[in-house]
Structure formats: structure tokens, C-alpha cells
Design a protein around this ligand. Structure first.
Ligand code: FMN
Length: 168
């Protein structure tokens, strides 16, 4: 069974992205996986300073914000990471991008750079163009993380539930 971390970058707690996340999570839990969800909006998470201290010291991020500290812990705990976000002007939301940038410090902790994780992408949009989002998400392929699938489009709760069930 898998430990699944959902990084939910949707600002709207009851929007269409949240609805897909809920369905995915129900499916994953039903098949015995453990699921933790970080609802990023409103969490204490600062933007990356780009200071490179994490690269120089391998001691993590110099910023000690509680929200990101929890996510760092969950990144170590999990074996599967779900990136969930509506499309905002073509891309992932600023909330989720901030977390992705801050993950750089986690990768720079000893032993984490080669760490393997599986990934899922969940996104919704009005126009149906996910090109840029898929490109952002593709960063994880470069890190050697394994893509388990995408749910792209509001209303695909049944698909999201099935994908959740298939994990683990
Ligand atoms: C600031 C903002 C920017 C958006 N930009 C796009 C966009 O570039 N392309 C698109 O198809 N939809 C865009 N949308 C629409 C949302 O992606 C769409 O309504 C989405 O399903 C909302 O998800 P939610 O219900 O989880 O908030 C935008 C919405 C907002 C609020």
C-alpha cells in the first residue's frame, strides 16, 4: 500500500479541482492507501528566496515556516505525490508553484536527490489546454519520478476515483 501526499494548489476549497481531489482520495483510501492532503492556500508557506543556501549546506531551507516544514516531513513520508491545481493563466497556481520551488531544499538534503517517488497530476480549466501544466509537471520525469497518470478536466470524478483505487 502507498503513502500518498496530495499537494492541492487550488485556492477554492469547494471548486472543481477539490472535487476531483476528493474522488481520487476516496478511491485511494478505499483500496487501503494512506492519504494526506496539504491544502496549500492559507498555509504558512513563503516563496523560495533563490539564495542557494540549501545547495551549499545540504541542511534544508533557511526559512522556517510551519506549513512548509509539514510538507517537507510529508515528502519524506510519502511514496506518491499528487499535484493538483486549476489552470491559472496557462500554468499551475502560484500556491502550488511556491511549494514546488521550495521542494528544491528537500532535494538538497542528503540522500534525497535520487529519492524515487510516483506522481499523479490533477487539473481543471475552462478552456481545456493543459500544455503548459504538463510541461511544468514534466520536471518530475527529469528527476526520475514515475508518472502514474493524469486527470485533466472538471467532472472526471469517476476517473479520478478509479485512478486513486489503482494506486498501491
Ligand atoms: C486567475 C484565473 C486564471 C485562469 N486562467 C485560465 C486559463 O489560462 N485557461 C483556462 O482554461 N482557464 C483558466 N481559468 C479558469 C479555471 O482554470 C477553471 O475555472 C478551473 O476549473 C477552476 O478550478 P477550481 O474550481 O478548482 O477553482 C482561470 C481562472 C482564474 C481564477
Amino acid at each position: 500500500m502507498a503513502n500518498i501526499l496530495i499537494l492541492n494548489g487550488a485556492p477554492r476549497k469547494n471548486g472543481s479541482t477539490a472535487s476531483l481531489v476528493k474522488a481520487f482520495s476516496e478511491g485511494a483510501t478505499a483500496s487501503g492507501n494512506e492519504v494526506r492532503e496539504a491544502y496549500i492556500h492559507g498555509m504558512d508557506i513563503k516563496n523560495c528566496l533563490g539564495c542557494d543556501a540549501c545547495m551549499k549546506t545540504n541542511a534544508g531551507c533557511v526559512q522556517k515556516d510551519e506549513g512548509m516544514a509539514n510538507i517537507y516531513g510529508d515528502l519524506t513520508w510519502c511514496d506518491t505525490v499528487v499535484f493538483a491545481s486549476p489552470v491559472h493563466f496557462g500554468y499551475l497556481t502560484a500556491q502550488l508553484k511556491a511549494v514546488i520551488d521550495r521542494m528544491w531544499a528537500w532535494f538538497n538534503l542528503p540522500g534525497n536527490f535520487g529519492a524515487k517517488r510516483k506522481t499523479v497530476l490533477i487539473s481543471t480549466s475552462r478552456g481545456g489546454d493543459y500544455k503548459a501544466i504538463l510541461q511544468q509537471y514534466g520536471v518530475y520525469a527529469m528527476l526520475g519520478w514515475e508518472d502514474l497518470g493524469h486527470i485533466l478536466g472538471a467532472g472526471k470524478e469517476a476517473e479520478a476515483r478509479e485512478l486513486g483505487k489503482s494506486i498501491g
